[in-house]
Design a protein around this ligand. Structure first.
Ligand SMILES: Nc1nc2c(c(=O)[nH]1)N[C@H]1C(S)=C(S)[C@@H](COP(=O)(O)OP(=O)(O)OC[C@H]3O[C@@H](n4cnc5c(=O)[nH]c(N)nc54)[C@H](O)[C@@H]3O)O[C@H]1N2
Ligand SMILES: Nc1nc2c(c(=O)[nH]1)N[C@H]1C(S)=C(S)[C@@H](COP(=O)(O)OP(=O)(O)OC[C@H]3O[C@@H](n4cnc5c(=O)[nH]c(N)nc54)[C@H](O)[C@@H]3O)O[C@H]1N2
Ligand code: SF4
Ligand SMILES: [Mo]
Length: 747
C-alpha cells in the first residue's frame, strides 16, 4: 500500500463529502472522511468505503467501440473514433440541422466537467436541445421557485428550530452536509423539532418528533390542509407578508376554502395531526423545509412544490437565520447556449433549459420533420434511469446516430453506435457544480489521484478533439492567446477579453480555448482546470462583497486570481462566499423584490383537489414506489452487485399484513406487474411500509459480468415498470413514486 493519504471526494451522492484515500496500485484501499474539508469536516457515510467498486468495475471501458451491423461492437482506435463521430454528427447537422442533435447528461453525482466542456461541442454543432436527470425531478420546483422569488431557496438546517422534510429521507439520501449528525442534533434537542412527511416509517421518520405518515400520493391534500390550517387559524406571519410579498388575494381565497378535516382524512391523517404540525411550524422562531423525490416524482408534482414553499413563506421563514435563503453560484456554464421555450415536436415546456425527460421518446418516435435525429449522451444511463425503458430503447433505435461517453458498459452504451471510454473521476480533474450552501458557500476541485486507465480519455480532451475535428476551432485562432498566456495572467486576461468580444465564434468555444491556451501554463495534465479561471473571475465580478466576506481582497481581477489559485491548489475545497442573511433579499428578482404568492395555474389545480377521487384500479391494488434510496444504492454509479454487503438483489419491501395475505415469507419471490411490464423480485417484509405500498430500490437491475465474463441481470430495473405518459402536466416530471401495481406470490 502506498502510505500517503490523498484528498478527493466521494462521488456517490450530491453531497460529495471530502475524503482521503490510500491506494494499493490502482485500487482505493482505504477511505476516511477528510477533517479539513470545507463543508463535510470529516463526515462520510458507509458508502464511501466501497468506492473501489466504481473505480475498478469489471465492465470499465478501455477502448472506443463502433457498432457493427449485426449489433456487436468492434474496437477502434481514438483517431478513428474521433474522425468518424465528428463526421457522423456533422452529417446529421447538414441533413437535419444542428437542433436535431439532442444532448443528454453531462454529469452525475460527482462530475460535471464533461458537461461544461461538452457545451463547446454542442455549440460547434448548433445543438440547442438538451436534458439531464434534473428534468425528471427538480424542474417543477425550479419553475415554482422562478415564479415565487426568481431564485432557489436553500434550507439552513444547522440553525433551524424546526426542520421539515417532505418526501425526502435524508438519513439515507443525504441532500444536506453531514446529514446524520445534523438530524440527530435536531431530534435530540427538546427545543427543536423534526417533521417528516413520508408514507414509510423511514430512518428519518423514526427519529422525528412528528411523522405525518401520508397515504402514498396524497401530499397535495396533506400540504393544502396544513396551509389551510395556517390560513384559517390565523397562524400567518402577516407582518412578513406585508413587507415582502405580493398577490396574496387569490391564494388566501383558495386556502380559506380548504376543508381541513376532509383533506386530512384523504391523506390518511387526523385533523389534529395536521393542526399540530401547522402550529409547530408557525410558532417556531425559525423553520427550514426540504422537498425531494417523494413529492416531485409523484401525483401533483409541481403543485406539491408550490405548496411546500408556501409552508415557509406564509410563516415568514425566508431571508433569515435558520430559514430559507438564496445562495451564490460559482458559475453557470451552459446558460449562454441558445435556448428554446418549448420542445420542437410536442411543444412541451422547457424549464431551466431542460427538455422534460418523459417526453424524449415522443420527440423521437414520430415522423414530425423537427424530431430529434441523433443523441450525444454523456455520463448518464437514460435507458435505465428514465421512465419507460422499453420506449427509450425504441427511441434510441430510431435515431440516425447515438454516441455515448461513459466509464462503463451501461444499458445505454449497449445501444450506441459509438462508445467513447472516459477516465474515471479519480483519474482526472473533476468537480460538481452542486455548490448550493448558505450563508457560506464552497467549491471543491479534485485533482487526479490515479493514472488514467490506458485507452481512456478525460471528457475535456474528448471534446477538444471533437471540436477541432469538426473544424470549429483552428490552431492559429489560439496563437495570440497562447502568447499572452506565456506573459502572465494579466496579459492573458486582456487578450482573452479582446478575442472574446471580437470573435464570437471563438468565444463560443471558451472552455476549449482556455484548456488549450491557459491550460498548458498550469502544468502537463492539468489543462482541464483552466476552465475555473473563467469561472473564478465571473464569480468575483458577480459577488465581490460575498467574496470579500470570505477573506478575498483587492480589486475584482485580484480576487478572481486569488480564487482561481485557491481552487487549483486547495485539495480540501474552498470557501468562496459568505453572506449575511439579509443578502437573500437582494437576490429576490421577482417584481418589486417581493415574493409573488399566486401562481394561477397551480391555484386552479389546488381548487380542483376538492373533486378528486382517489384512483383505485382493482387490477392494480398496490402503489409501487419504483426506486427509493437505500444504504446500498448510488444511482448506477456502481454496477457490481457485490458492492452491497446486504440487499444484493434489491428487495421489494412490503408490509407484514400484505405479505400474509399474499402468503409470502421473508426471502420469497413475488411477481410485480404494472400496466407496462412484469418483473420478479425477492421480498423483504417490514412494518416500515404501510399496507398497500411497496418499494423497489433505485439503481438496481444492472447487467454485470461475472468473473468468467458472463453477463447477468441483478435485481429489478425499476423503469421497465414505469410509463412515460405518467407525468406532471406542467413540468412533465414522472410519477416514479406512484406506480399502480399488482403483486403475486411466485410458487
Ligand atoms: N444512498 C443513496 N443516496 C442518494 C442517491 C442514491 O442513489 N443512493 N441518489 C441521490 C439523488 S440523485 C437524489 S435525487 C436524492 C433523492 O433523495 P430522496 O428524495 O430522499 O430519495 P428517495 O428515497 O427516492 O425518496 C424519498 C422518499 O420519498 C418517499 N415517498 C414515496 N412516496 C411518497 C409520497 O407519496 N409522499 C411522500 N411525502 N413521500 C413519498 C419514499 O418513501 C422515500 O422515503 O438522493 C441522492 N442520494
Ligand atoms: N424509477 C426511477 N427512476 C429514476 C429515479 C427514481 O427514483 N426512480 N431517480 C432518478 C434520479 S433522481 C436520477 S438523478 C437519475 C440518475 O440517473 P442518470 O442520470 O442516468 O445517472 P447515473 O445512474 O448516476 O449514471 C451516471 C452514469 O455516469 C457514468 N459515469 C460515472 N463516472 C463518469 C465519468 O467520470 N465520466 C463519464 N462520462 N461517465 C461517468 C456511470 O457509469 C453511469 O453510467 O435516475 C432517475 N431515475
Ligand atoms: S454517499 Fe454521499 S454522504 Fe455518503 S460519503 Fe458519499 S458523498 Fe458523503
Ligand atoms: Mo437525482
Amino acid at each position: 500500500m502506498n502510505d500517503e493519504w490523498r484528498q478527493t471526494a466521494c462521488i456517490l451522492c450530491t453531497i460529495n463529502c471530502g475524503i482521503e484515500v490510500k491506494l494499493e496500485g490502482r485500487h482505493i484501499a482505504r477511505v476516511r472522511g477528510n477533517k479539513n474539508h470545507v463543508s463535510s469536516h470529516g463526515y462520510a457515510c458507509e458508502k464511501a468505503q466501497r468506492l473501489d467498486y466504481y473505480q475498478n468495475g469489471r465492465d470499465r471501458l478501455t477502448t472506443p467501440l463502433r457498432r457493427r451491423d449485426d449489433g456487436t461492437f468492434e474496437e477502434i482506435d481514438w483517431d478513428t473514433a474521433i474522425r468518424e463521430v465528428a463526421a457522423r454528427l456533422l452529417e446529421v447537422k447538414d441533413k437535419f440541422g444542428g437542433e436535431s442533435i439532442f444532448y443528454y447528461g453531462g454529469g452525475g453525482q460527482g462530475n460535471h466537467l464533461g458537461g461544461a466542456y461538452g457545451a463547446a461541442t454542442r455549440r460547434a454543432l448548433g445543438s440547442i436541445y438538451s436534458s439531464n436527470a434534473l428534468a425528471q425531478e427538480k424542474t417543477g420546483e425550479f419553475w415554482v421557485d422562478g415564479l415565487l422569488c426568481g431564485g432557489r431557496p436553500v434550507p439552513d438546517f444547522e440553525n433551524a428550530e424546526v426542520a421539515v422534510f417532505v418526501g425526502k429521507n435524508p438519513w439515507q439520501s443525504h441532500g444536506l452536509p453531514r446529514a446524520r449528525v445534523v438530524l440527530r442534533e435536531i431530534a435530540n434537542d427538546p427545543n427543536r423539532a423534526l417533521i417528516v412527511i413520508d408514507p414509510r416509517r423511514t430512518e428519518t421518520a423514526e427519529i422525528a418528533d412528528y411523522h405525518l405518515q401520508v397515504k402514498p400520493g396524497t401530499d397535495a391534500f396533506c400540504l393544502a390542509a396544513i396551509l389551510g390550517a395556517l390560513a384559517q387559524q390565523d397562524l400567518i406571519n402577516h407582518e412578513f407578508l406585508r413587507e415582502h410579498a405580493a398577490n396574496e388575494t387569490e391564494l388566501f381565497d383558495a386556502l380559506r376554502e380548504v376543508p381541513i378535516a376532509d383533506y386530512a382524512t384523504r391523506a390518511g391523517l387526523s385533523e389534529d395531526q395536521i393542526r399540530e404540525v401547522a402550529r409547530r411550524i408557525a410558532r417556531a422562531s425559525s423553520a427550514a423545509v426540504l422537498e425531494d423525490l417523494g413529492i416531485e416524482q409523484n401525483l401533483h408534482s409541481t403543485l406539491n412544490s408550490y405548496l411546500e414553499k408556501l409552508l415557509f413563506i406564509l410563516t415568514g421563514n425566508f431571508g433569515k437565520r435558520g430559514t430559507m435563503n438564496l445562495h451564490t453560484n460559482l458559475g453557470r456554464l451552459t446558460s449562454s447556449t441558445r435556448r428554446s421555450p418549448a420542445t420542437p415536436v410536442g411543444g412541451h415546456r422547457i424549464i431551466s433549459g431542460l427538455v422534460p425527460c418523459n417526453v424524449i421518446p415522443d420527440e423521437i418516435l414520430t415522423d414530425h420533420p423537427k424530431r430529434f435525429r441523433a443523441m450525444l449522451i454523456e455520463s448518464a444511463n437514460p435507458v435505465h434511469s428514465l421512465a419507460d425503458s422499453q420506449r427509450m430503447r425504441e427511441a434510441l433505435d430510431a435515431l440516425e446516430l447515438v454516441v455515448v461517453i461513459d466509464v462503463a458498459m451501461t444499458e445505454t452504451a449497449r445501444l450506441a453506435d459509438y462508445v467513447l471510454p472516459a477516465a474515471s473521476q479519480f483519474e482526472k480533474w473533476e468537480a460538481t457544480f452542486f455548490n448550493f450552501e448558505f450563508p457560506e458557500n464552497y467549491f471543491h476541485l479534485r485533482a487526479p489521484i490515479i493514472e488514467a486507465l490506458p485507452g481512456t480519455l478525460a471528457e475535456p480532451e474528448i471534446h477538444r478533439r471533437l471540436v477541432h475535428e469538426m473544424g470549429a476551432l483552428k490552431d492559429r485562432d489560439l496563437d495570440s492567446l497562447r502568447a499572452a498566456a506565456a506573459q502572465g495572467r494579466a496579459a492573458f486576461a486582456a487578450e482573452f477579453l479582446q478575442v472574446s468580444s471580437a470573435q464570437p465564434a471563438i468565444a463560443a468555444m471558451t472552455p476549449i480555448v482556455l484548456y488549450e491556451t491557459l491550460g498548458p501554463t498550469l502544468g502537463a495534465g492539468n489543462e482541464a482546470a483552466a476552465l475555473f479561471w473563467g469561472l473564478a473571475h465571473s464569480c468575483a465580478r458577480t459577488y465581490p462583497e460575498s467574496m470579500r466576506r470570505a477573506g478575498f481582497d483587492g480589486d475584482s481581477f485580484q480576487m478572481g486570481e486569488a480564487l482561481f489559485e485557491q481552487i487549483l491548489h486547495n485539495r480540501s475545497g474552498v470557501r468562496f462566499s459568505v453572506d449575511p442573511y439579509e443578502e437573500t433579499w437582494r437576490r429576490v428578482s421577482t417584481a418589486g423584490g417581493r415574493i409573488n404568492l399566486t401562481i394561477p395555474e397551480l391555484i386552479g389545480e389546488l381548487r380542483e383537489l376538492v373533486d378528486e377521487q382517489p384512483a383505485h384500479d382493482p387490477e392494480f391494488p398496490f402503489v409501487l414506489t419504483a426506486g427509493d434510496r437505500r444504504s446500498t444504492t448510488a444511482n448506477t454509479a456502481i454496477r457490481d452487485p457485490e458492492w452491497r454487503a446486504k440487499d444484493r438483489e434489491g428487495a421489494l419491501r412490503i408490509n407484514p399484513g400484505d405479505a400474509a395475505s399474499l402468503g409470502v415469507k421473508p426471502g420469497s419471490r413475488v411477481r410485480i406487474t404494472t400496466k407496462r411490464a412484469s418483473a420478479e423480485a425477492v421480498v423483504e417484509i417490514t412494518d416500515r411500509m404501510q399496507p398497500g405500498h411497496v418499494t423497489l430500490p433505485n439503481g438496481s437491475g444492472l447487467w454485470y459480468p461475472d468473473r468468467e465474463g458472463q453477463e447477468f441481470l441483478h435485481g429489478v430495473p425499476p423503469n421497465e415498470l414505469t410509463a412515460s405518459d405518467h407525468r406532471d402536466w406542467i413540468a412533465g416530471t414522472p410519477f416514479h413514486k406512484h406506480v399502480p401495481a399488482r403483486v403475486e406470490a411466485v410458487s
